[in-house]
Design a protein around this ligand. Structure first.
Ligand SMILES: NC(=O)c1ccc[n+]([C@@H]2O[C@H](COP(=O)([O-])OP(=O)(O)OC[C@H]3O[C@@H](n4cnc5c(N)ncnc54)[C@H](OP(=O)(O)O)[C@@H]3O)[C@@H](O)[C@H]2O)c1
Length: 344
């Protein structure tokens, strides 16, 4: 995959939502991976315009997205919510820059590529026409990274997933809410609920994003629809999305049914050799993936790989990843790395 942007030593990169949880992590990962940045432009709303963010040891003034002219920007990494993307991404794409968007605004648009580089980098070809690329939902990304190599060996027919999602998936204010409620409850004070739909400290909430008429939440619907689009396969997917009192790292209990035999031992070997995956699966040594260990890492961690004895050709997996890195910022920057790749 190449031929997206004309070769240059450095590219002008706008980070939209640079003051947020994902935007801040994008700045860290651009620096860590030494992405070829010529000019960095951090953007946010008028609320934080004029504040400063740091990139590679240098301070940059945050500018107001609403009045920013995108002419000359090569790549814009958007993570500022769906409404902001719907309003401003077409303006950036129209000015000739590639937009990589973290919101759900464009994901299911049939003209927009929905990309996880380890799974369907080829779909990026579509972006040469409209210049908007969607980054999938965080829970979907980590699941399809594990699904793809197994599906290539024996097609997956059905996925049943239950998620255990960290509060960072709901942004900076949700992180503060878990910390604040925990402090208050441990001090014998009343915990207030402002951001998440119920008290999250010492609790588990089976409600992420809005409920729809069919009883599923939008988060669950995203996992079902996005998985099929990314995998380019008519896989039956059903999901239950749950928020847990964890700061960083989403965990998922995933049950897969295949079109033929996929014993646990074979799945373990396939996953151990797959791109972007670390298998940690020695339960007798108490070794399995944990959110505390996945947090801050770039891999998708898979363990508890075992045959489902209740159903033929079926397996259980436990999949954990840092939702802000592989689930958002890292995946977007891996896409940007393809956009600046040149043959030879
Ligand atoms: N957190 C995750 O794990 C995760 C994973 C996948 C996708 N996402 C998506 O990424 C986006 C951001 O998530 P987050 O967790 O970083 O949220 P966050 O911590 O709440 O940050 C939101 C960012 O968006 C900016 N923003 C909000 N409204 C804006 C507007 N009208 N114009 C310009 N900038 C605006 C904010 O700027 P101000 O400082 O000016 O308010 C802030 O920089 C959301 O669409 C979310 O669904 C998040």
């Amino acid at each position: 995959m190449s031929g997206f942007l004309r070769h240059k030593d450095g590219y002008n990169v706008a980070v939209v939502g640079a003051t947020g949880v994902v935007g801040q992590t994008m700045l860290e990962i651009l620096a860590e991976r030494d992405f070829p940045v010529a000019d960095l432009v951090p953007l946010a709303s008028s609320r934080s315009a004029g504040s400063r963010v740091e990139f590679k040891g240098k301070e940059y003034v945050v500018r107001d997205l609403a009045s920013f002219d995108p002419a000359g920007i090569d790549i814009a990494l958007f993570s500022a919510g769906g409404d902001t993307s719907r309003e401003h991404a077409p303006r950036f794409a129209g000015a000739g820059c590639y937009v990589i968007d973290n919101s759900s605004a464009w994901r299911m648009d049939e003209d927009v590529a929905l990309v996880v580089p380890e799974v369907n980098a080829h779909a990026l070809e579509m972006a040469k026409a409209n210049r908007i690329i969607a980054n999938p939902n965080c829970s979907t990304i980590q699941m399809v990274v594990a699904l793809k190599p197994l599906h290539d060996a024996v097609p997956v027919k059905r996925v049943v997933v239950s998620t255990y999602q960290a509060v960072s998936g709901a942004g900076g204010k949700a992180i503060e809410e878990l910390a604040d409620q925990t402090r208050k409850l441990l001090s014998g004070l009343k915990a207030e609920v402002h951001v998440l739909p119920a008290r999250i400290a010492f609790n588990v909430i089976p409600h992420i994003d809005a409920f729809m008429d069919d009883g599923y939440t939008r988060e669950e619907r995203k996992m079902m629809d996005e998985t099929r689009k990314i995998m380019e396969a008519d896989i039956a997917v059903t999901a239950t999305a749950v928020r847990v009192p964890v700061f960083y790292g989403h965990s998922e209990a995933v049950n897969l049914t295949f079109d033929g035999p996929m014993p646990a031992e074979r799945a373990r070997k396939i996953l151990a050799g797959a791109e972007g995956i670390c298998v940690v699966d020695d339960p007798l040594e108490d070794d399995y993936p944990l959110a505390t260990e996945a947090s801050g890492s770039d891999s998708v961690w898979v363990g508890r790989i075992r045959d489902d004895k209740s159903c033929p050709n079926s397996l259980h997996l436990w999949i954990v990843a840092d939702n802000v890195r592989k689930g958002a910022a890292l995946n977007a920057i891996q896409i940007a790395e393809i956009l600046v790749r040149h043959p030879g």
